[in-house]
Design a protein around this ligand. Structure first.
Ligand code: SF4
Length: 258
């Protein structure tokens, strides 16, 4: 079902952040049509009161004007409570207009699950310091349907990353959410290492994913749930994970464990 679009006017567009590796965030959208069941931004639904996560998207239609002639010092992360290239972007082109108007000296980092980012490749190339990351987690079949129902397949993301890399744009792979037993780190690294400059790894934040997702995991993947809820088992899993990552020899920016 197509999400309800709520068009708003924002006062500010760059917001200070404590997110690792960033100084500012920009969210021209709030809400996300990718509708991931583990999304840590789901709490926004309670706050906004528009309905269930995935059923609404707030579009800050004056965002392209707000970024014009504005400079911020430090790294800007796009986006923290939405995906800048979620399906509605095809129609609204809000991200595209924001990028067109943004000062190209701004250090920008985009994280997406969509190959739609390729549409803006010529604008991205104008930024002096930019990287584009893709969330890669190898979910397919039943897991893809349950966890990430409305976003492009992992293979499409990898293909898009390859094209960006060929065009001289720095790329990174965000391996997330790492759920014990449901993700093959070695395979992900093998599939991406030729097209990615660096990696972030993030183990599932069960609390951030919320009650519904926790219940889903417990019901469908009891073994994974057991590891996530047991401190000792999780510590063992994380140690093995770190060894695997270290052995691979890839460039790692961070491993987030909550
Ligand atoms: S793509 Fe990102 S912001 Fe969108 S629903 Fe999924 S996790 Fe949330």
């Amino acid at each position: 079902m197509r999400p309800k679009i709520i068009k708003t006017q924002a006062k500010e567009i760059f917001t200070k952040t404590k997110l690792p590796g960033a100084d500012w965030v920009i969210n021209q959208y709030v809400g996300c049509g990718h509708n991931c069941s583990y999304c840590y931004a789901r709490f926004m639904s309670r706050w906004k009161g528009y309905g269930k996560w995935g059923s609404w998207i707030e579009a800050k239609i004056n965002a392209p004007e707000l970024v014009r002639n504005k400079h911020v010092v430090g790294k800007v992360f796009m986006s923290s409570v939405s995906d800048a290239y979620q399906p509605i972007e095809r129609e609204l082109e809000l991200t595209q207009k924001v990028l067109e108007n943004m000062d190209k000296n701004i250090e920008l980092s985009i994280l997406t699950k969509s190959d739609l980012v390729l549409r803006d490749i010529d604008i991205l190339k104008k930024f002096k310091k930019i990287d584009v990351g893709f969330t890669i987690n190898s979910f397919s079949g039943k897991e893809k349907e349950m966890f990430e129902p409305d976003s492009p397949a992992n293979q499409e993301r990898i293909k898009a990353m390859k094209v960006l890399k060929k065009n001289g744009i720095k790329t990174y792979t965000f391996v997330s959410p790492i759920i014990p037993g449901l993700i093959n780190i070695e395979e992900i690294i093998e599939q991406t290492r030729d097209y990615t400059d660096y990696y972030w790894f993030e183990v599932l934040n069960l609390r951030g994913a919320g009650k519904e997702f926790t219940e889903l995991l417990e019901r469908e993947y009891p073994e994974s749930y057991k590891i996530m809820c047991d401190k000792r088992l999780l510590a063992d899993y994380v140690n093995k994970l770190k060894n695997t990552i270290q052995k691979s020899g890839v460039n790692v920016k961070g491993i987030e464990i909550h």
